[in-house]
Design a protein around this ligand. Sequence first.
Ligand code: NAP
Length: 571
Amino acid sequence: MHVSTTVFASRIQRFRLPRVCVAVVGEDASNIIDRAESRVRDNPFMEFRLDYLSQPAAALPKLKHFLDLHPEATVIATCRRAVNGGKFKGSAAAQLEILTKAAAMGFQLVDIELQSAEILKPAELAQLKDRVGVILSFHDFKATKKLEETFAEMKQYPADFYKVVSTATSLYDNVQMMKFLQAHSAQHEMVGLCMGEQGIISRALGVRAGSVFTFAAATRGEETAPGQVTASELRDTYRIEMVDAATQVYGVVGDPVAHSMSPVMMNAAFRRETVNAVFIALHAKTMKDLMACIPDIPIRGLSVTMPYKHDIVEALANSDALTRQIGSCNTVVRSQDGKLYGFNTDVAGVVVPLEQRLTLQGAKILVVGAGGVARSAVFGLKNKGAEVYVTNRTAEKGQALARQAKAKYLKRADVAKMSFDVIINATPLGMGANRQSPLEEKELNTKFLFDLVYVPAETRLTKMARAKNITVIPGLEMFVQQGARQFEIWTGKPAPIAEMSFVVTKALERLEPLPAEEEAPPPKPRAAEKPAPNAPTKVAAKATGKKAASPPAVQPAKKAAKKASKKLVKR
Ligand code: NAP
């Protein structure tokens, strides 16, 4: 049956299409149908990758059965040729034949590459477009470049949607894609995104810039393109269905940042307080890349994490007293005129959970560690009138911090001789696959133990403390409190703390369990705490973003632990 363009167009008007199209792959037609059946309720917009099948044409009658049963579904037939990044080994003519059959079977849309369109006769393409909605696509698997030139070529061919997919090698590539979409989406039905881990933000923000829809994986492990996120992540975390031009953009910037819990927590807070905003993870490999993107995305606020908390200070037009005192900024506000203002909410993250339990004035507190977070803890607690002690693996760094904050440095060998109101672990020991404790049992002479490590929720240190009836304050409380303060700075509204805590707790529970590893004994205090430290462990290096010295040989168990450490959660 011949379907006229006019009749067809009404079926695919942009406002009728959901924002997320889920790619479905399978070894055979039954496999695709099984997967589609289980997804169609939540994902009525799907793409069937016919090129993943050994006999795409033979599979079509079976797939038709699914389409007949599900008139509510809109399904794209894609049979991408291997030369253009797909799996179909046939010619452009064979591809056209399959897509034409797919149209006859009831697929509402077909995807055909620019390169195939260039090979086919104009009349052949016109015939296809008469039968079905055509997505003319172009994929660059290496870079984001020459978008305008590519689109100029694409426009020569009639299509219902023009889909341009590139690969982001920097954060700025996402900006290029968004500018490109903004420039053309008023005249054409555009679909655009950047692949790759650095392109994830284009999947959430592309629709804000004019992409009619974007692509997602049905579940983790079923990605059909690098950097593809799941449909539920796009909908539930990034709330893609409500993102529009007025949506304010916030994000967490760092390197690495892919497994940050901040998007889950902040998007939940925005949703709960009905703020039209989206919070994304921005993977910037350099400060220069980050600074180039801030004006163009445009970002309203940033949560800053490793390794930029110190470097961002120089880019600020002004900052709060804590940022100036500590030299570390974890929260940025971008004003209407583009200026950046910095705040430190890490201090609130440490101080608030403690103030909820004890009076800090005069409290005797030991901070273990002298890195970025320890710095915020030591200065923040000194400002509250606490008697603060610092101990650190590298004595020189600990002494310098104690000197600057007017705290006291304590040699590790003396820790066991003292008792405290609070001991704070501000080292990465215990984090992820690392099963070490920064202190030994005999050194835990304290009423409260605040372990800033929050993945996993229970560490060797917290277990030891509980066994000694010490009250444990989980690191999650710091994460939630620093985020709550950020939310308040950005929105002027009280943060929905219970909701924020709940979603992060649930997200942590969903993380893959870390492989069991024999619990290593806690590192002994160094006989003489010399300035030259051992190289950080692999896990510590991951946590701190610093490079660790390679061990002479990696044992299988260590390999597993290393893999698991990639799942570590850093803010
Ligand atoms: P950082 O700047 O790299 O500092 C790490 C500190 O830990 C340094 O003092 C370092 O000692 C010490 N350290 C590292 N490996 C050690 C080891 N094997 N033995 C003894 N000491 C060791 O890191 P950071 O940004 O302060 O973060 C520290 C930890 O805080 C993170 O790993 C994370 O678990 C936690 N954190 C929690 C939150 C939260 O919201 N709950 C937020 C941020 C961070 P040297 O000076 O000798 O190198």
